[in-house]
Each structure stands twice: as C-alpha cells, then as structure tokens.
Design a binder for this molecule. Structure first.
Ligand code: AMP
Ligand code: MG
Length: 354
C-alpha cells in the first residue's frame, strides 16, 4: 500500500456488553433454520449471492417470489423484513432519481429529541451488526462494502467509531483514501480501490472512495469534464461486477449544512485536542461548497443502483446519523442472510479426551 493511503484495522472494542441482545428474535429464527436447512439451504445460498440465477430449490423460489411481489414497494427492495418504524428507505436515492440535496434536511431527527431517546435502539442495531457480521465471517461466501462520503467535517470518522463498536476487528477493514500517490495515479483510477474490496466473509469500509474521482477531481478541475463524466458509467459497471461476485455494496453520503461545517471547523480550532484535525485546506475547500454540493448531487443521481444504493443521511446531529447508518447496515446484512456453515457430521458422538 502506498504511503499516502492509510489502512487500519479497527481497535478492539470494549467488551461487547450488549452481546446478549445481539440474539434478536429474527436472528434466533435464522440460526434454527440454518441448522435445519442443510444442503438445500447451501444450494440456495449461491442464488442469494448473485441474485441473478434461477432459484434452485422450492424455498429459494418462494423467497424470490416474495421479493418480486414486493417490487413495487421501495421499503422492501433492500430490506427483506423491514424493521418496525422508523425505517430508512426514505433516505435512499432510488435508481434514476434526480436528487436535490437542497431539499434534504441535514438537521432531521424524526421525532427524537436527544441522544437518550435513541441510546437503546443504537445499542440494538450495533448488536445486530455484530451478530450478523459473525455469521458473514463464518460463512465466508459473501462480503459487504460500505462507502462513506461527506464534505469535510461531515463525520466519516465518527460514524466508523459510533457504528462499528462491537464488531470483531478481524472481520472488518477500514481504508482511508487520501490523495493518490504517484504509483496510484499511474494506474487506472479504480486500481487502488479494487485492491481494497472485501475478501469473502469480510466487511470493508471505504473512508472516502472511488467517488472522489468524480468529486474532488471535478471541483478542482484536475481532469477534463469528459473524463470524469464517463466515470459514472465505469463506476456503475464496476459496482455491478462486484455485486455479481457476491459483494454487497452500500453507500452513505453524510449530509451536513454549511453552517454546521462552520461550527465544526470552529470547534476544531477552539479545542486543543481537536486541532490536529484542522487543516487550512478545509477552509480552501469550503470556498467550493456549492460546487461540491453540485458534484455530489450529480454523482449520487447517476450512480444509485438497485445493487449499490446511495443513502443521503441527515448528519448535522451525530447520534441520529449513527442510528440511521447502523440500522441501514444491520438491515442490509439481515437481507443478505448470512449463515453459519453446517457442522461436521457425527459430532454428537465426539468426546473431548481429558
Ligand atoms: P482527509 O480525508 O481529511 O484526510 O483528506 C484527504 C484528502 O485527500 C482530501 O482533501 C481529498 O479531497 C483528497 N483525496 C482523496 N481522494 C482523492 C482523489 N482520488 N483525488 C484527489 N484527491 C483526493
Ligand atoms: Mg479533512
């Protein structure tokens, strides 16, 4: 990995005190059916991995039928079993939708008034993620790629801390993409990203991503319009190819207001412990606020796909942002329905010698 691109594994989280709650009712049900399903379930897994093959079993056919029946209801496209209210398809950019960021309230918190109101729910969502990630890791057949994009100070780092506490660091890799190195720039723009896509069983988090190559390069006029414009198509094809290989792709734009960015930059300046985060470059970039909003709007409108949806997450309020993202990731993992592999035959007769 080149020096300008940092990769780190997450630090182990504090004891997963809410682990018990991870065994949410639906997960328990799945665990049972996974052990009972045997070969039929294993055969159905391949179908789920790609979503493009004909179902091979009755059960898989029934599942596909359900999905088709609900095709008209956006709430059920990503989420097989939508959670009780609130649910967050409302923030998803539908394929082909012309997004207007000015119409999305970055300060939204639904009916919640304080962090206390969501504390328990957030813990539940984290536990769901942790539980489902353990299955994904054990299954080792599919993987999840999470893309985080935002304006400077938008909260990408805070999201990673706030949402992934409790996830086994062994199953999760975070890559922060900075300005490309010379070596990276000497390759096609996707080269460095492709090397960081998740292995089977893993969750990869992109802190900035291939979308910088249609955002910063556009705003700073680093390449010609024709060059960045054709990248929408290239990105769509690439993400589609990933999804056909069993990589589920989910993308979040952390939407903050211009005023909120000002407050956050000022707070970085004022707090000695936060000053390290402050970069004068952030002030220069802020001058391009409108251009960035336009670039995000176009990028999201052109690249939200059924297999790789964008979510515009109201992010002025950090705890609400974490709740929305945690829930969306948990729902996405649940819809993937990862399963522990079947145990070896004949274990009932095995005793462990003294
Ligand atoms: P930060 O995330 O605050 O550490 O800043 C990383 C910097 O790298 C930002 O200013 C990004 O705009 C820049 N950056 C990330 N990816 C690219 C890219 N593909 N091309 C140019 N600049 C990039
Ligand atoms: Mg920065």
């Amino acid at each position: 990995m080149a020096g300008t691109t940092g990769t780190r594994r997450r630090a182990p989280a504090k004891a997963a005190s809410s682990k018990g709650r991870a065994k949410a009712a639906s997960s328990k049900g799945r665990a049972k059916s996974a052990s009972a399903g045997g070969a039929e379930e294993a055969a159905a897994l391949d179908t789920r991995a790609t979503g493009h093959e004909e179902p091979r079993t009755k059960r898989a056919a029934a599942r596909k039928g359900d999905a088709q029946a609900s095709a008209g209801a956006p709430e059920k496209k990503v989420v097989a079993h939508p959670p009780p209210k609130p649910d967050y398809p409302r923030y998803r950019v539908e394929p082909g939708q012309r997004l207007s960021l000015a119409k999305q309230d970055p300060g939204a918190t639904e009916h919640y008034e304080s962090k206390r109101d969501i504390k328990e729910d957030l813990a539940t969502q984290r536990s769901r993620i942790s539980d489902l990630q353990a299955r994904l890791y054990a299954e080792r057949r599919r993987s999840l790629l999470i893309v985080l994009q935002a304006m400077d100070t938008g909260g990408k780092d805070g999201t990673i801390r706030g949402v992934f506490a409790g996830v086994n660091p062994q199953g999760c890799v975070v890559t922060s993409f900075k300005q490309p190195s010379v070596d990276e720039s000497d390759h096609d723009f996707l080269w460095r990203y492709h090397q960081r896509t998740p292995q089977r069983g893993m969750i990869s988090i992109f802190n900035r991503s291939h979308y910088e190559d249609v955002l910063v390069v556009r705003v700073k006029k680093l390449i010609e319009e024709a060059a960045w414009r054709q990248r929408y198509h290239i990105i769509n094809e690439w993400e589609h190819a990933l999804s056909l290989s069993g990589v589920t792709v989910i993308k979040f734009f952390l939407h903050i207001s211009r005023d909120e960015q000002k407050r956050r930059l000022e707070s970085r300046l004022a707090d000695p412990d936060k000053r390290w985060k402050f970069s004068v470059n952030d002030i220069r970039e802020r001058e391009h606020w409108d251009d960035y909003q336009q670039a995000f709007q176009d990028a999201l409108s052109n690249t939200s796909a059924e297999h790789a949806p964008w979510y515009v997450v109201p992010s002025n309020v950090k705890w609400y942002r974490n709740l929305v993202i945690a829930r969306t990731i948990a729902d996405t993992l649940e819809a993937m329905d990862p399963r522990f592999p079947p145990a070896a035959e004949g274990l009932d007769d095995v005793t462990v010698p003294d």
